[in-house]
Design a protein around this ligand. Structure first.
Ligand SMILES: [Zn+2]
Length: 164
């Protein structure tokens, strides 16, 4: 029994693909953060770079490289509701790892580099009235993600839930 209707996903196609993502900007060292704010470093990537990011180059990292939107297994945490906080196993105190992210939304126009392979090869418009890439019609805590964490020491230790 699901208590809230927004927590029951609509049936839809699951087409997993493997992606590489990097830690959230706030989880990086101050030195790496400074390097990502340096537009001249990004310009070395070539002329195809979107110059609208020149004022805040770290936004390019956050939109296109760091945290993939949508449902995922593994990966990193999309901080934003709070700054990064320790996620310690209540049994042994070890830092827990992200296991499963249940997302309210998938990619959108501001994160199009995360569009699935089939969308990049053959783009199709979203249906009218459909929230941008919210195919499951889930609504986790008014638009956030629920991320379950697992203790790397033992799967028998309790999992941790995090809304971000
Ligand atoms: Zn543990």
């Amino acid at each position: 029994m699901v208590q809230y209707s927004g927590y029951l996903p609509e049936p839809c196609l699951l087409a997993p693909e493997q992606v590489t993502e990097f830690p959230h900007f706030m989880e990086l060292s101050k030195e790496l953060q400074q390097q990502l704010r340096d537009w001249s470093r990004w310009q070395a990537a070539g002329p195809a770079l979107d110059s609208s990011y020149e004022a805040a180059p770290e936004e390019l990292y956050m939109d296109m490289l760091s945290i993939s939107p949508g449902w995922k297994v593994g990966g990193w945490t999309r901080w934003g509701l709070t700054d990064p906080v320790p996620r310690l196993c209540p049994e042994c105190g070890t830092e827990a790892d992200p296991l499963l992210t249940i997302a309210t939304t998938e990619w959108d126009h501001s994160s199009e580099s995360w569009a699935p392979e089939e969308e990049q090869a053959n783009p199709t418009p979203l249906l009218p009235g459909t929230p941008p890439a919210n195919f499951t019609l889930l609504n986790i805590a008014r638009g956030y993600d629920l991320q379950l964490h697992i203790c790397p020491v033992s799967p028998d230790h309790p999992h941790i839930e995090l809304i971000q």
